[in-house]
Design a protein around this ligand. Structure first.
Ligand code: HEM
Length: 500
């Protein structure tokens, strides 16, 4: 055999392997679910490329997911391949319920690469035993008294940050809505974790909340580069200089966080009665057996999970209200009752905001920050209702698809808060089925920060509406994309004017 014949044979074998792993095997495994009623969605290229195409052509990265139940309201499940992986998406509320009740039969997939170096084994990504320990510790903290105590802290930070929206001696300013709101939520989460000392430490010239956001952007950018995509984390750590630099920065940042924690530990020994309640104190008291690395893991996880999400909800509410001037006026009037008293807002005050609450719920429905549950992998063969799930299959729920099901949310493209208002017998919409509206997921790994997030979004929205009048350019066209959260592709530039 000549050299070229050997080469050709190797190429043919490689091609056959690719055809087998990427086409034949997934199609075969998908058949199992199609026979059980699943809609089949087969992509030759990674589904990410289809999503990008949708973002370009239809202005929405998740266009197809939104359409799926809009066109088939009774669809119970669909099955999709992504390269050689096969995943089932449950859309029937009964199946979704069963799925969340059977989480012991699934594992969460790892983030991978630089993300793992950053998050470590925090509550979001840890395997079951470690997750359980962390979840218990953090749940102990996020109880009602703590929630009550942090409302005025969040309010104070929001007021201070909003005050900077208009330059000194001026009554107006121009902001990039989501970016600025993320800075506010970043400061809030930093304060919740470290108390007032959050700004005492600088990392490469930035305070901790800003540094986390900068680093996260850097990780996203380097992780999406072609060599990393083609050859993986191990290769990139060795040979891709920008990737190596990012990993080193992550490690340096984690050491920086440990210094902050040590400092907080020292301070807690000399108890300062003026210090506001913070998560770190609680973690240190409740979990003396947590290593500094584990505390850093939880800080970074909570920081990332809690910053962009709440900022997004408040920003989208501000955007949608601007499209509904009458509603905006009503919500502002409601907010004025609790945000204009000159004192810090309380947990109790926030409970009186019926319209604002409905606005937040509708924002979470129409533009959920976390539109799809991170894919789980079945560890055993089992049944969910009548559906047989095979070991190794990916399984998830598209919250977005369900929240656009017209059978449950009539006219789903419309921002309509009446869905959430209790109007007795006049109620226009049937109360949405619990498992069709899951912006915070469900089951044992649901969002641990959902109450913090909702309170925060209410404060951000209420303070914004009572402090500012605002304008969004008339020609702004909302297009949605997926970055860390599902968010506007183009920044929303807003002119703000201080209200008298
Ligand atoms: C308001 C906006 C928020 C939304 C829409 C949201 C949504 C979600 C969703 C859907 C999950 C499940 C993800 C999955 O398993 O794939 C989740 C998990 C989580 N969220 Fe949130 N979240 C929000 C705010 C927050 C806040 C403010 C915090 C913390 C202060 C937080 C902390 C977490 C943590 C730690 C987890 C992982 C829980 C676990 O695995 O046990 N989230 N969130």
């Amino acid at each position: 055999m000549s050299f070229f014949q050997v080469l050709l044979a190797i190429l043919v074998l490689l091609l056959l392997r690719v055809i087998h792993t990427r086409i034949i095997s997934p199609l075969f495994r998908m058949r199992h679910y199609v026979k059980q009623g699943a809609m089949k969605i087969f992509y030759l290229l990674p589904s990410f490329f289809e999503n990008l195409k949708d973002a370009k052509e239809h202005g929405d990265f998740f266009y197809r997911q939104k359409r799926r139940l809009a066109e088939n309201p009774n669809l119970r499940l669909w099955v999709i391949n992504n390269g050689s992986n096969v995943s089932v998406y449950f859309s029937d509320p009964k199946l979704i319920k069963e799925f969340f009740q059977n989480q012991d039969k699934y594992v969460k997939r790892e983030f991978g690469g630089a993300f793992n170096a950053f998050f470590g084994k925090g509550i979001f990504s840890a395997e079951v035993a470690t997750w359980r320990r962390h979840r218990r510790a953090v749940s102990d903290i996020f109880h009602f008294d703590f929630l009550k105590s942090i409302v005025p802290v969040m309010d104070e930070v929001a007021c201070n940050m909003y005050a900077k929206y208009c330059p000194e001696n001026s009554n107006s300013g121009k902001i990039s809505l989501l970016e600025q709101t993320q800075k506010v939520t970043g400061q809030i989460t930093g304060h919740l974790f470290f108390g007032n000392s959050v700004n005492d430490f600088l990392f490469d010239g930035e305070n901790a909340p800003l540094a986390v956001s900068t680093l996260m952007m850097e990780i996203m950018k380097t992780s999406q580069s072609l060599p990393v995509w083609l050859f993986g984390d191990g290769f990139a750590r060795r040979y891709v200089s920008s990737y190596k630099a990012t990993i080193n920065k992550v490690l340096r940042f984690r050491e920086f966080c440990k210094d902050m924690i040590k400092d907080a530990q020292e301070k807690s020994k000399t108890k300062n009665s003026t210090e506001k309640p913070n998560l770190l104190q609680h973690l240190l008291v409740h979990q003396e057996n947590f290593s500094p690395d584990e505390i850093v893991d939880d800080f970074l996880t909570i920081f990332i999970a809690g910053t962009d999400t709440s900022a997004h909800v408040a920003s989208m509410a501000i955007y949608y209200l601007y499209q509904n001037p009458e509603l905006l006026a009503k919500v502002r009037e409601e907010c004025k009752k609790v945000f204009s008293s000159g004192s810090r807002v309380t947990h109790q005050d926030l409970q009186t905001l019926e319209l604002t609450e409905a606005v937040i719920k509708e924002s979470l429905r129409i533009a959920p920050p976390a539109p799809v549950l991170m894919i789980r992998k079945a560890t055993v063969d089992h049944y969910l209702g009548d559906i047989h799930v095979k070991k190794g299959t990916g399984a998830t729920v598209s919250f977005l698809a369900n929240m656009y099901n017209p059978a449950i949310f009539p006219n789903p493209e419309k921002f309509d808060i009446s869905r959430w208002l209790n109007r007795g017998s006049e109620s226009k919409t049937t109360q949405p089925n619990h498992f069709s509206y899951l912006p915070f997921s469900a089951g044992p790994r649901n969002c641990i920060g959902q109450h913090v997030g909702t309170l925060e979004a209410k404060i951000l929205l209420g303070r914004f509406l009572t402090m500012f009048d605002y304008e969004i350019p008339k020609d702004y066209k909302l297009r949605m994309t997926a970055r860390f959260v599902y968010e506007p592709a183009d920044p929303i530039h807003v002119d703000v004017h201080k209200r008298q």
